[in-house]
Design a protein around this ligand. Sequence first.
Ligand SMILES: Cc1cc2nc3c(=O)[nH]c(=O)nc-3n(C[C@H](O)[C@H](O)[C@H](O)COP(=O)(O)O)c2cc1C
Length: 199
Amino acid sequence: MKNWMKAIENRRSYYSINDKSPISDKEIKELIDFAVLHVPSAFNSQTARVVLLLNDHHKKLWNIVKEALRSHVPAEAFHETEAKIDNTFGAGHGTVLFFEDESVVEGLQKAFPSYSQNFPVWSQHTSAMHQFAIWTLLEANGFGASLQHYNPLIDAEVAKAWNINSKWKLVAQMPFGTPVNEPGPKEFQPLENRSIVFE
Ligand SMILES: Cc1cc2nc3c(=O)[nH]c(=O)nc-3n(C[C@H](O)[C@H](O)[C@H](O)COP(=O)(O)O)c2cc1C
């Protein structure tokens, strides 16, 4: 229990990371599989799809991001964007891609019309639970990770590069690696405004 609370507390957004890994790639895959098996989903729909990119695949993703940003950033500022990606996310050991399978969501909407509006929302909740579990498991195993949202800018290129099912919708990207330095102190808004008990 204490370890679980420590892992939650220590999980931060680590931008400064390198490509070293405190555990084997097989163990990283096992952590992800553990989360995919045990994290809950609405109606036990198991809509989450997770892709782990390592080595050249990780590098390829961050090249896709850079190319996607090239047309959105003024030409004279692009070298700064490129350096930022190369020195942060791209410098990591790997990236976890989080997708949600829209074919399952659509199936549930058809099967349970009265909940139709809820299923896309619950699908996002399900993805968020997977993101948090994997972020925290990476933390507990010595990694630093962050959560990025270059979707939908990169969706088409990602689908093409890894032959992703067209019904899988990209929700988030989580680059991770060994922390190079620690994030600054975290600011907390007053707990009494955010957590209430009636007893
Ligand atoms: C739903 C959600 C979306 C986020 N999106 C991004 C993002 O797109 N880019 C980013 O750098 N951080 C993103 N973050 C990270 C937050 O900015 C960060 O968790 C927050 O400032 C608290 O800092 P900490 O992670 O160091 O505890 C996101 C976090 C959450 C929970």
